[in-house]
Structure formats: C-alpha cells, structure tokens
Design a protein around this ligand. Sequence first.
Ligand SMILES: NC(=O)c1ccc[n+]([C@@H]2O[C@H](COP(=O)([O-])OP(=O)(O)OC[C@H]3O[C@@H](n4cnc5c(N)ncnc54)[C@H](OP(=O)(O)O)[C@@H]3O)[C@@H](O)[C@H]2O)c1
Length: 408
Amino acid sequence: MDLALGLGAASGLVKEKRGERDSGNWGQITGFKCQGESSDFIDQAHNPGMYPDQESKRCPTNGATPARADVGCCQCAMTGPGQFGSVDRALACSLEGFQVRFQSVKGRDYVAGGACPSKATLQGKTVIVTGANTGIGRETALELARRGGNIILACRDMEKCEAAAKAIRGETLNHRVNARHLDLASLKSVREFAKKIIEEEEKVHVLINNAAVMRCPHWTTEDGFEMQLGVNHLGHFLLTNLLLDKLKASAPSRIINLSSLAHVAGHIDFEDLNWEKRKYNTKAAYCQSKLAIVLFTRELSRRLQGTGVTVNALHPGVARTELGRHTGMHSSAFSSFTLGPIFWLLVKSPQLAAQTSTYLAVAEDLEGVSGKYFDGLREKAPAPEAEDDEVARRLWAESARLVGLKGS
Ligand SMILES: NC(=O)c1ccc[n+]([C@@H]2O[C@H](COP(=O)([O-])OP(=O)(O)OC[C@H]3O[C@@H](n4cnc5c(N)ncnc54)[C@H](OP(=O)(O)O)[C@@H]3O)[C@@H](O)[C@H]2O)c1
C-alpha cells in the first residue's frame, strides 16, 4: 500500500488525527477536498495557507521550496490549499500525521479508479512481468494472459512463480504462461535471466518492470547496493538495458516502469546513493528508488527516440497487496482485524491497480507515447526533480557504472 502504508494512514482518516509532528504547522491542513466529487469528500475547515511560513514558502517538514505552483510540497504532495485531488494524496498526508478529515466513505468507487478501456488483444506478443507471483504483478500477468499474450512471469521464488503461472493458465486457459527465475537483488541473476530470454525468445514486445521491495530494514543486495535502490531501480535498469536490442528488434514494443506517487517525496543523493554515509531512513530510501525510476524512464525515452520502443512510468494507485510486509501491517492482529476493513473501503484491489500497467501495455491510443508519467489512467506531471534532465543523465551514468554496464 505504498506511501499510505502504516497505521497512521488509516486512523488519520477515521478520527481527524492531529499533526503528530512537533512543528504543529501542518495541523493547519484540515481539509480534504476531492475536486469534482464534493458530495463525497468535503473540505471541512479550509486551511489558511499552504505554507505556514508564507514569506519563504518553505515546507516546514523538510525545508524544501517547491519549484512549481501546482506541486505544493514534495513531502505531502498537496496540490493546492485544502485540496489533495485524490484519495492517494490524502492517505499520504495522513501517514505523515497531518490532520485529514474524511467525511463520507461513499468513495470506494472513486478510489478504485477505472478499468483499462482498451480491448486490444496480445496474440503473438511476448510480455515479461517482473514480480508477478503476487499483488499487482500477478494481476497484470493474469489480465494480459486473458488477452492472449505469451506471458513470462519473472520472480525470485520459483515455487511461488510456478504456482502463479499454473493458476493463471488454469484461469485463462492460455497455456503460454511460464515461470522464470529472476532475482533483482543479484546482478548475476539479472544477467542470467536476460541471457536466457535473448537466447530463447524470438521477440519481446512488452517489458513490465513491476517488482519492488518497500521500507525493508537496512539490507543490501548481493552486490552491496542498498536493497530498495538495488531491487527497484538498479536491477530493472540493468535488465532493461540488457533486453534493449531484443525490444528494438521487436518494435513496436513497450517498457513500463512501476514507480509510485511516493517519488514526489524522493531526492537523488548522488553523494550517498546507497545510504553508506547517512543514518538509514527506510521511507526516504523507498522514495529515492521510486524517483530514480521516473528519471530512468525520462532518460531512456530520450535515448530510444526513433527506435519504435516506448517507455513510460506509472503510479498504480494505493492497493491491497503484500508491499507493506516490512511495515508491520501484516504482522499485527490489530492491524489485520481493526484496520483491515478500513483499508478494504479505501484502497484498490490488486486487479484494479493492475489496470494502469495493462493500459500502458495494450492501449492503441498510447502508440508512440513515451517518457511520460501516468497516475492511474491519466498522464500527469511528475515531481519537479523527476523532470530534471541533468539529474536524469547523471543518474543514468551512475547507475551504469554501478551495474557495470559498459559503453552506456
Ligand atoms: N500496492 C500499492 O499501494 C502501490 C502503490 C504505488 C506503487 N506500487 C508499486 O507497484 C509495484 C507492485 O507492487 P505490489 O503492491 O504488487 O507489491 P507486492 O505485492 O509486494 O509484490 C512485489 C513483487 O516484487 C517481488 N520482488 C521483491 N523483491 C524482488 C527481487 N529481489 N527480485 C524479484 N522480485 C522481487 C515480490 O516477490 P516475493 O513475493 O518473492 O517477495 C513480489 O512478487 C511495485 O513497484 C510498487 O512499488 C504499489
């Protein structure tokens, strides 16, 4: 459930949780107004100003100065005074301890978002989905298998992977659904997986970089990278680069990178990408990794111009999956039984969250669309740092160096 995960997220929505931060400033943010749906979500007590410090326009939480008028604060992702624009954003703010009033829970339909409008099929097309044994990845693989594709589930746990592939074959009667081993926390495994794909698959039309780990303890990958950066960004960075020739030879083809709204709270710290010098902050590390994915998408799109290969990033919405396994949500009976129903009301099912990946993979109207960020089924501007070409180029060079990609 991503940025909104944590007990604070849920309780904030039911009992007007006041700002837990000592600064207290953000306690002024009292409204939650969903544009266009005012009967569902009502702006209660309009906050007197987005920034308590009106002079400097600085966010009191992290001192950042938002670069654009429409991105209020990189920490809480407000879009305007008292307006969150979406339930995700309200949940994110709530997690931070901000006071968010949720007036009426008629909003489940709103939260769920839309289904992919395209009926396009995938006969003869090969699709790779990483992290497809559970959650959004599994539902994406299922949806694309229904559309007739040759689906490769790329997972680190082969038992879970085989079980998911078998279940999807059974459910769709599409026998071209297969399990392959891929551990994104190991560059060796990524190279072995890519080598097999290049040798065994004639074409790859869609690569969905879906797998992720969120807010784990301070772990490192086999190659010594901070785990969230290593799995979410560097593993997919290497995988994508190794498959680029195959994707180009299969054009028109598409690369889809699962980022998150959490990227708006991210910052790329080139001095300490791997958290070796600073005190580890598991949330900031996740946000950095998700920002890296949007920047990677931008730079890759620039490099792929004219090749027939497109690449886009997305936020799938807040969904009930296993993503919160390191946050305590899965281990406490209290959270399961008390907060479970609240989350049931407020967050998407993995099936609905998979609609964005499905849409980007198949929609005819996205032919040629590249380098964009989608929130649900809509293209949106990402955070300002995610649109910085210099940061994108520098991150590419650093990522290539770290994963040992020569001549990139
Ligand atoms: N759920 C949300 O609310 C939400 C919101 C915004 C963005 N997202 C993004 O959506 C994507 C899917 O997330 P989800 O919610 O479906 O999470 P999930 O249920 O936790 O699934 C994550 C998948 O990634 C796999 N994975 C983790 N580490 C891996 C590794 N080292 N190598 C290969 N695979 C690995 C997991 O495999 P195991 O089962 O073996 O661990 C699992 O299959 C992620 O990129 C996430 O950041 C989710």
